[in-house]
Structure formats: C-alpha cells, structure tokens
Design a binder for this molecule. Structure first.
Ligand SMILES: NC(=O)c1ccc[n+]([C@@H]2O[C@H](COP(=O)([O-])OP(=O)(O)OC[C@H]3O[C@@H](n4cnc5c(N)ncnc54)[C@H](O)[C@@H]3O)[C@@H](O)[C@H]2O)c1
Length: 353
C-alpha cells in the first residue's frame, strides 16, 4: 500500500456512511478517507460537519455510475481500498422506481468494481473491495429460524433484488479476476442522522409533531434492529480483520414486531416530552400494507462474533434512548432535512472550491 493508505468510502454522506467516515477519520489518523457521494436526497454533508476539516478527510461529489469520474478518483487519490455503501436504500422507493435501484445499486457497483480492477494491477496484497450489504437479500422468514451466511439468496423487493445482484457481482469479480473482497449483510439500523423516511426517525418526528403514525398492515412484520454505531464498529472490524472472499452477517440479536417497536417509542417519547402515558400511542394509524412486505428478518451474527470478536455494545433500550435524545436535541438538523434546506449546505461549504 502507498503511504498513507487512501480508503474510498462511497455514500459517506448518508446515514450509515457518515458514521463510518467519522469513525475512520477520528480513530485512524494514519488512514486518509476519501468520501465519494452523489449527494442524492439521502446524502447530507451536514452529517459530517464535525470532521469536514480533518487533515485526513476529503470529499468528492460524484456519481458511482459515472465511470470516468470514478476512474479519475481512483487515479488522482491513489485509492488502496474501498468501503462501498452508496446505494438507493429505501424499499418503498424501490417499489415506485425500481430502475433507480438497478442503476445505482447494480450498475454503480459494477462501475466501482471495474475501476478497482483497472487500478489494482500490481497484485499488492493491501487492496480490498468491501461491499456493505443487507440481510434483505435472504428474503423473508416464515418460521423461527435465522439467516446464516450460507442461506440461499431469495430477494423479494426491487431493493433487495438490486442488493443481491450487487453482492453476486462482487463475488463474481473475486472469483473471475481475483479481486480481494469482503461482504457484510446487516439487519435494520437505527440511530442519529437517519433520513426521516425510515421507520424510527419518521415515528420520532411524527410523535413530536403529533402527526399520525403510519403502521403497515397490522404491524406484525418482524425486524432485527442494530444501533448504527455498532454497525460502524462491525464494518471497522470486517475491514481490518475480515478474510478475503468471506461474508459476515451483522445483527443486533434484537427482534421487534413493528407495532411493538412503535408502542415502545411512543412510551419513551411520552416520558421525554412530559406527555401522559398512552397519549402518543393514540396517533397510531394502520395503513395498507407495503406490496410484497417480507414478514420476518432475523440474523445469526455468530460468525462475526466467533471469528472477529464483534458483538453489539449496547442494548436496544440504551440505543433507542440515545437516538430519541439526539433527534430531540437536533431539531435544526431535522428541520433542514424535512424542509430540504440541507441541500444548500454543499453549495455553501464546497461551492467555491
Ligand atoms: N439502513 C439500513 O438499515 C441498512 C441495513 C443494512 C445495509 N444497509 C446498506 O448500507 C448502505 C448505506 O445505507 P444507508 O441507510 O446509510 O443509506 P442512505 O440512503 O442513508 O445513504 C445512501 C448514500 O449514498 C449516496 N448515493 C446514492 N446514490 C448514489 C450514487 N449513484 N453515487 C454516489 N452516491 C450515491 C447518497 O447520496 C447517500 O449519501 C446501503 O448500501 C444499504 O443497502 C443499510
């Protein structure tokens, strides 16, 4: 590897990506982190305001589908390794616009793979293409079993089909061209800086505003939830210690039915907002179920614990408490995101550069 190693993080202005960038920039001053992000509606540079002037951090605005731009970044920044998170990530959006998911998640990933393959011709053992993926590639569980790394892929939504496809391409490039890679498949994340279209921040926002709390179907779908900073820690461990060609499932050992989760959030918010118990739960409104809604996802995260020593660091109650506090204390962030003002930040911060 060149010195200092240059790590390309794609999608670093998004929810999980911003936590990964912050962790790497602050924990590893000896690494240089290049954040490549197209700044779609989900990309928000305000997420990284606290580290944007760090000497080992650089931001590049580019689309991962733009082969020329991506190749240029690999060359100019002498990229040694990739942590690939850029994606269209919201299942509901994939139902209304599947092509956007094919473009970014499949074509974008292959474009990055091609750039890595083109740039890493020297056989240097230091290279790595790390694809951050989802447990949704495994499909829906209808019994009490868990997803293992060996569970056959059975994606059910355009989102999960596009992520499954990108996982397959990463493995195919490893197998065909010898590209060093790792993949991790993680369950639902929650925490600070999440765009309020996803369940937990949406509910926090609506509870605060006394707006209806839309729950799909009867709220019986089960998801495993992991605190985003624990996911960032897992990514750190997989990046540094994961074995070439391996897959690691990442999860919180923390399954919740959607309706129970929303009830819990209402309770926590009632307490924090000084409302009487049960007040916020009255806002719950059942809406027509999502098309093809997977019933249950559940991760067996035993391999990453056994082999790499990672496990979640905090309980769900602690994580939820911290998350609610963050949204309540960062009303300005939420206001900018919901009003669209966050889009002006790039222009103000980088427009002149
Ligand atoms: N959120 C979860 O619960 C979860 C769970 C498991 C895995 N994942 C995976 O983790 C990754 C990050 O998820 P997230 O929730 O942080 O997503 P996000 O939607 O919050 O962020 C995605 C980021 O990618 C950027 N992006 C989108 N299209 C791009 C393109 N064409 N070129 C460059 N940048 C582009 C966006 O601007 C944004 O900053 C995704 O790959 C997702 O599939 C997410």
């Amino acid at each position: 590897m060149a010195t200092p190693p240059n790590i390309l993080v794609t999608g670093g202005a998004g929810f999980i990506g911003s936590h990964v960038v912050r962790r790497f920039v602050t924990k590893y001053p000896e690494l240089r982190i290049v954040n490549l992000d197209a700044l779609t509606y989900a990309g928000n540079l305000e997420n990284l305001r606290d580290i944007e002037d760090a000497p080992n951090y650089a931001f590049v605005k580019a689309d991962i589908c733009d082969a020329k731009a991506v190749e240029q970044v690999f060359q100019e920044q002498a990229i040694d390794a990739v942590i690939h998170l850029a994606a269209e990530s919201h299942v509901d959006r994939s139902i209304s616009d599947p092509m956007a998911f094919v473009n970014t998640n499949v074509i974008g990933t292959v474009t990055l793979l091609n750039a890595a393959r083109g740039a890493w011709k020297d056989g240097d053992a230091g290279h790595l293409f790390y694809h951050v993926s989802t447990d949704e590639v495994y499909g829906s569980l209808h019994d009490d079993s868990f997803f293992l790394e060996t569970t056959p892929y059975d994606p059910q939504s355009p989102y999960s089909a596009s992520k499954a496809s990108s996982d397959h391409f990463v493995r195919a490039y490893g197998n065909t061209y010898g590209l060093p890679f790792v993949i991790s498949n993680c369950s639902n994340n929650y925490g600070s800086h999440q765009f309020p279209e996803k369940l937990i921040p949406l509910m926090i926002h609506n509870i605060q505003q006394r707006k209806p709390l839309p729950v799909y179907g009867k709220g019986e779908n089960v998801r495993d939830w992991l605190w985003v900073e624990d996911h960032a820690a897992a990514i750190d461990v997989v990046f540094h210690k994961g074995r070439n060609g391996e897959t690691y499932n990442v999860g919180g050992h923390n399954e919740w039915r959607n309706i129970d989760l929303v009830q819990l959030l209402c309770k926590v918010m009632d307490r924090k907002l000084g409302r009487s118990e049960g007040e916020s739960a009255k806002l719950i409104t059942y809406v027509t179920d999502r098309a093809g809604h997977d019933l249950r996802y559940a991760i067996d995260a035993g391999k990453i614990e056994r082999e790499l020593g990672w496990r979640p660091s905090i309980t769900f109650e602690e994580g939820l408490d911290r998350t609610v506090d963050w949204y309540l204390q960062n009303a300005e962030w939420l206001e900018h995101v919901t009003s669209g003002a966050y889009r002006d930040y790039y222009q103000a911060q980088y427009g002149q550069r």
